[in-house]
Design a protein around this ligand. Structure first.
Ligand code: CA
Length: 230
């Protein structure tokens, strides 16, 4: 499955340049020309990464960034901000609001593609923090220790990685193929994807009252629900 990128930018020339280079690098690309449309598409489509211009008609890039980062459903989406040259203040603001990287215009498309690839790779290989905590589930990635409501939870290393990945990318549906590649490191698509189903079932059994958070998305894969229970 291709990684998807949403470009939120109102200048058609910049959009064309980005689209051309990103598609050539193997990404699936969608675009929005206004801030409001960009936010709507980010929420509806959950791209893997968003390239977000600061100056937009309608909502500004900063407002969109703030809205995405305060919502647990969209908080994990990666954001690269595009800023005008020399406006270091904008850059700082963007990063404070939770953007993952920024590039000043005019930028080299090749460098932008490399940064996008590096961010996506980092997301898959290095946890954002040592401990993942969501509701009563806590995963300490430094020593592979899992806890459920404070009680030690016995997970195999594979189960731990599987749950960790789903929680890290919560709200997003991950296909069996993606899970096989990222958890089992299989590059070969002929490996039986039922392996994933078996492990998901075991993780669910161990999650007890939180089992429902690990959702099956029919025909697509699995998702850890980002919704906060009341
Ligand atoms: Ca603009």
């Amino acid at each position: 499955m291709k990684d998807s990128i949403l470009i939120v930018e109102d200048e058609p020339d910049v959009v064309d340049l980005l689209r051309y280079n990103l598609e050539r690098a193997g990404f699936s690309v969608m675009t929005a020309a206004t801030g409001d449309r960009g936010l709507e598409m980010a929420r509806a489509n959950r791209p893997d990464l968003i390239i977000l211009d600061l100056m937009l008609p309608g909502m500004t890039g900063q407002e969109i960034c703030r809205a995405l980062k305060k919502d647990p459903e969209t908080e994990p989406l990666l954001i690269v901000m595009l800023t005008a040259k020399g406006q270091s203040e904008d850059r700082v603001k963007g990063l404070e609001l939770g953007a993952d990287d920024y590039m000043a215009k005019p930028f080299s498309p090749r460098e932008l593609v490399l940064r996008v690839q590096a961010l996506l790779k980092r997301l898959r290989t290095v946890p954002r923090s040592a401990t993942l905590q969501i509701s009563g589930i806590s995963l300490d990635k430094t020593n592979f220790e899992a806890r459920l409501d404070g009680q030690r939870l016995d997970l195999t290393t594979t189960e731990f990685k599987l749950l960790g990945l789903l929680i890290e990318r919560r709200g997003k549906t991950l296909s069996r193929e993606t899970l096989l590649t990222d958890v089992w490191k299989y590059q070969n698509a002929s490996v039986d994807t039922r392996t994933v189903d078996t492990h998901i079932r075991r993780v669910r059994e161990k999650l007890g009252k939180y089992a429902g958070r690990l959702e099956t998305v029919r025909g697509e894969g699995y998702r850890f629900s980002a919704e906060v229970e009341s």
